[in-house]
Design a protein around this ligand. Sequence first.
Ligand code: DGI
Ligand code: FE
Ligand code: FE
Ligand code: FE
Length: 188
Amino acid sequence: PLSSDEIIAKEKANMDNKRFKHCVRVSETSRKLAKLNNYDEDKAALAGFVHDYAKQVPKEEYRKVIKTQGFDQDLLNWNRSIWHGIVGTYFIKRDLKITDKEILTAVDRHTTGDVKMTTLDKIVFMADFIEPGRDFPGVDEARKITFANLDDGVGFQLAHTLSYLIKDRNKIYPRTFKAYNVWSTKKK
Ligand code: DGI
Ligand code: FE
Ligand code: FE
Ligand code: FE
């Protein structure tokens, strides 16, 4: 495995400084949420740190990897918002030599959520949404809800993101919809 200094250096080289600082804050927030939810803090911090590793990989490189590395070809109809989680796992394995399935799954799910989510998936998903650099309307409520109950945070984020995407007439990735139905809707 790579040392943490090597992971940090590779991550820094793969993105601009603004994105790097976001990753550091997501790492710190993931650690905090791990502590609150009795999860391995170091593992959560690493998953949070690498979650956006591939956010700025060129589009052409993504297309090539989707075509040749066994990904669902429907991904070619999407864009980097969706790719950097699901396909980002390929670059994290390749470049950062991270093979831990739980970490890779948390990265895979960090943008859309999913029907089933592990504690680590929820931690990274929520840390990305509420890290101290976020300032959208509703973020303080999101923080309050998430620190009180991680699952309620997931439901809040999915409803918030979906309503924002729809307001702007964006295409919704099916997994985002499915996750919303599980985590955000009334129980009867
Ligand atoms: O990578 P970040 O900016 O830190 O955050 P993110 O990975 O959670 O989200 C990246 C973008 O993806 C954000 O603008 C919201 C968008 N997104 C999330 N779900 C969907 C989506 N975009 C589309 N078109 N469809 C989705 O289902
Ligand atoms: Fe992301
Ligand atoms: Fe997110
Ligand atoms: Fe992020």
